[in-house]
Design a protein around this ligand. Structure first.
Ligand code: G6P
Ligand code: BGC
Length: 876
């Protein structure tokens, strides 16, 4: 009955995995027997930890105090000084106050041996009982175990209890971290480049911990990185799961323990109980007259006469037989040779069962880790403490073949690990301060955003005024588009789409019931983008001709709509003077010229005599028109892509720069330039400054450079560089690759910020960039990305809030219902941008109900619709 076959172990492993999942889940937590307690330890030592750390460790019948000196050498050679204080029996069962005062007195005595009373020490407290932890230094004792039963401690914060006792002793000691002994063991076994991510302890009691994916630890709000979870597996089977393997001997042991019905798994495994199990087996065998027929075995009825260390000596020693005999004889028994053999056998069986059960538990943890990290094969180091560990590797191998493990026996108990936890906690606190300091200028409050909104509104008004226009950084350009589509547009058109990620040529057929399009993407080499205007427009015409040839459109004269996504002063629907290049374009001889004319000139040069340009539109306008075809409420266009900009329908009476007061006109705001007159200087950070300086248009498009895809990656890169310099990232190791402009692309932000993206994927992105990132580094990089993209979305929302509020006021409405047609790679690809934008907009413009309609076919379609209206107006 005491041997557990492999199949049963396999089943047990399955149950344990199930119980672990329950324990981690918020909903099922209450039904789990394993509590899976969050420890708030999210980081491994990185070897830079340095300084003197105190540790107090509460053990079975003594208190150990340590002073550990870490040298910042990868924790290779920590210096450890310690002292052990025996604990009087009555303390374990007395008043809580007495227990903590005893520990504080031990510390006092210990410190007196080597330090001046004025010196301040951080302290790690090893408290090996089940606690509900809510911070690294806040933990309520759930329940005592292992024979402890001090009053007035359960339900209390033990860190505070210890800290007050320490204060009473007038010691300068700060309790920085509380941890379970398993956590200490895990950390002890971690050295530089060899993280240890699991620990098991099989001592008086038994327990384990491991680094879980933080996202799965649902009892805590943390969703990034990993957190060490204290499984409290000793409680496994406190329902009925273990009934199948619990023998009558185990039941007796349980009944006679200080906590019957509790910690069932621990009672099959912990050294507090193994001797007892053996004793009960022997009592039963004696009763059946199978052993000790020659002597009175009554002594065996006394609790705890047989200790687990004796059991281990019996099975481990070369002279096991002699040990068996002497052990039994000290109990007053007179064993025969056969008795000794039997007893030895019983001891073996009980111990192997314990080891096999631990192996099943360990296998459950490993498979869980392997699965939740989405790995096919897990390589992991395991810290172990306690005397039984030798036997379980082989069984674990059988139960979790996908995991390759290395056992690292803990060298000097959990104390050193506790010091390391304390050191890591302090290092992280320092790091947090540094990180917050770096990122705080990028974190905008609601009032910051309201101010941006108000400034945008102010610039809009200036931009619309005839006299004030020149003073505004937001140009508010008239587009000569006076209405959104009404569904009566018809015909066949060519369209060009220049200025985003792709240059496209299209043919658009607008019929009564549908719009059909065909298009081709053409590459424009950077040498042309930054070459001469003649080359650029020649190239464009060549692409048009190629397209017409392919589409068999060479013979037709189709009206052409030109999406040209740069700021232009429009003098009519088909006359647009380029005011400046943006987004990395820089072809010479174009600024100040009518781009339609430049296109016509190129057509002539290329002997293309059938080109008929009827309208030129900005991409925002194209997008608004294209979405407006499907939704008549769409009166705003927004682009968040390589660049950013917006347009909207303004009342003619407000447009001082165009004659006439009737009706509306679409205004291309060119909000990318917002702030170019200095009005946003309070928002710009050093990082923004550096990004701006390295662009081909420094000082220009300042708002765009906070928001759009061409720049976000660069902002992140500069922040990362600053973090390396402050030594909070990549352990301060220099990263030459990170010096390269544009190496960190905005598309990485979009990937890195995907919810639930396994951090190993983040690591892979960073490794591709030759950045040797640790797990913690990748958590930090993700935080930087989130901060930068959130700010972009919020600023975009502030701009949009100014627009919708103005439209609402224009129309004298209490509530404006409006749709924004939106396009751009950043908006479309980023996992949170649109949501952050919409949420912030709602806060900033609560009286506007704004729907965002994503444009699916690009703004070429919109240009064709504008061309259609133009052709209709011109008449047949
Ligand atoms: C639309 C247009 C492009 C425009 C782009 C912005 O689809 O067709 O002309 O510039 O969106 O997005 P991007 O991310 O390419 O800059
Ligand atoms: C241009 C705008 C354009 C925006 C989005 C900006 O750089 O100045 O005209 O709408 O990018 O593509």
């Amino acid at each position: 009955a005491l041997t557990v076959p492999l199949e049963t172990l396999q089943v047990l492993k399955g149950h344990m995995m199930q119980d672990m999942r329950k324990g981690l889940s918020r909903q099922m937590h209450a039904q789990a027997t394993m509590q899976m307690l969050p420890t708030f330890i999210c980081s491994m030592p990185d070897g830079t930890e340095k300084g003197d750390f105190l540790v107090a460790e509460l053990c079975q019948n003594y208190v150990r105090t340590l002073c550990v000196t870490l040298l910042g050498d990868g924790n290779q050679r920590p210096q450890v000084m310690y002292k052990i204080f025996d604990m009087p029996m009555n303390i374990m069962q007395g008043k809580g106050e007495a227990l903590f005062s005893f520990i504080a007195k031990c510390l006092r005595q210990f410190l007196a041996g080597f330090s001046s009373p004025q010196r301040r020490f951080p302290l790690g407290f090893v408290f090996p009982f089940s606690c509900k932890q809510t911070q690294l230094d806040k933990a309520e004792l759930t329940s005592w175990s292992k024979g402890f039963k001090c009053t007035g401690v359960e339900g209390k914060d033990v860190v505070q209890l210890l800290q007050s006792a320490i204060n009473k002793e007038e010691l300068y000691v700060d309790v920085v971290a509380l941890m379970n002994d398993t956590v200490g063991t895990m950390m002890t076994s971690s050295v530089e480049d060899k993280a240890c991510e699991v620990a098991i302890i099989i001592d008086a009691g038994t327990n384990s911990c491991f680094m879980a994916e933080a996202q799965q630890v649902e009892m805590v709000e943390e969703s990034s990185g990993r957190m060490c979870v204290n499984t409290e597996w000793g409680c496994f089977g406190d329902d009925t799961t273990l009934s199948g393997i619990m023998t009558t001997y185990d039941q007796r042991v349980d009944k006679e323990s200080s906590n019957p019905g509790k910690k069932r798994f621990e009672k099959l495994v912990g050294s507090l109980y193994l001797g007892e199990i053996v004793r009960h087996v022997l009592v039963a065998l004696a009763a059946e007259k199978a052993v000790f027929t020659g002597s009175n075995a009554g002594i065996l009825r006394n609790k705890d006469v047989l200790k687990t260390h004796q059991v281990l000596e019996i099975i481990n020693h070369e002279d096991g037989m002699a040990r068996t005999r002497s052990t039994l004889e000290t109990l007053g028994l007179r064993p025969s040779e056969r008795d000794c053999c039997r007893v030895q056998q019983v001891c073996r069986v009980v111990v192997s069962r314990a080891a096999a059960l631990c192996a099943a538990g360990l296998a459950a943890i490993l498979t869980h880790m392997c699965q939740s990290r989405e790995l096919e094969q897990l390589y992991v180091n395991i810290g172990v403490d306690g005397e039984l560990y030798r036997d379980y590797t082989s069984v674990t191998g059988l139960l979790a073949p996908e995991c390759t493990i290395t056992l690292l026996p803990s060298v000097d108990g959990t104390g050193r690990g506790a010091a390391i936890v304390t050191a890591v906690a302090l290092r992280l606190a320092d790091q947090r301060r540094e990180v917050d300091q770096l990122l705080s200028p990028l974190r905008l409050s609601r009032s910051d955003l309201q101010r941006v909104q108000a400034l945008m509104r102010q610039e809009m008004d200036l931009g619309l005024g005839k006299e004030t226009n020149a003073r505004s950084s937001v140009r508010m350009l008239p587009t000569y588009v006076r209405a959104t589509p009404d569904g009566t547009e018809r015909g066949e058109f060519l369209a060009l789409d220049l200025g985003g990620t792709n240059f496209r040529v299209l043919v658009v057929r607008v019929a009564e019931d549908s719009i059909r399009m065909a298009s081709e993407i053409y590459v424009i080499p950077t040498s042309i983008i930054q070459g001469t205007g003649v080359e650029l427009f020649n190239h464009i015409v060549e692409c048009i001709m190629d397209f017409q040839l392919k589409q068999d459109l060479m013979e037709q004269i189709l009206p052409l709509g030109f999406t040209f996504s740069f700021p232009c002063q429009q003098l009519g629907l088909d006359k647009a003077v380029l005011l400046s290049w943006t987004k990395g374009f820089n072809a010479s001889g174009c600024v100040g010229q009518d781009v339609v004319q430049l296109l016509r000139d190129a057509a002539l040069r290329k002997q293309h005599f059938t080109l008929k340009v009827v309208a030129v539109v900005n991409d925002t306008v194209g997008t608004m028109m294209s979405c407006g075809y499907d939704d008549p409420k769409c009166e705003i266009g927004l682009i968040v892509g390589t660049g950013t900009n917006a347009c909207y329908m303004e009342e003619m009476r407000n447009v001082g720069t165009v004659e006439g007061n009737e009706g509306r006109m679409c205004i291309n705001m060119e909000w990318g330039a917002f702030g170019d007159n200095g009005c946003l200087d309070h928002i710009f950070t050093n990082f923004d400054q550096m990004v701006d300086e390295k662009t081909i248009n420094p000082g220009k498009q300042r708002f765009e450079k906070l928001i759009s895809g061409m720049y976000l990656g660069e902002i992140v890169r500069y922040i990362l560089l600053a973090m390396v310099e402050k030594r909070v990232l990549f352990r301060g190791k220099p990263c030459p690759k990170l010096q390269t402009k544009d190496i960190f692309q905005t598309k990485f932000l979009s990937t890195i910020e995907i919810d639930g993206l396994a951090l190993k994927k983040v690591l892979a992105i960073l490794r591709d960039l030759d950045l040797h990132a640790s797990f913690e580094d990748s958590v930090l990089v993700r935080e930087v990305c989130q901060t930068v993209s959130l700010r972009a979305a919020q600023l975009c929302a502030a701009g949009m809030a100014a627009v919708v509020e103005k439209m609402r006021e224009n129309r004298g409405l209490d509530q404006l219902i409006v749709t924004v047609g939106v396009d751009g790679t950043l908006y479309k690809m980023h996992p949170h941008f649109s949501q952050n934008l919409q949420q912030t907009l709602q806060v900033l413009a609560p009286k506007c109900s704004v729907t965002f309609l994503q444009s699916e076919d690009g703004s070429g379609k919109g240009a064709a619709l504008v061309a259609a209206v133009a052709c209709r107006k011109a008449g047949p």
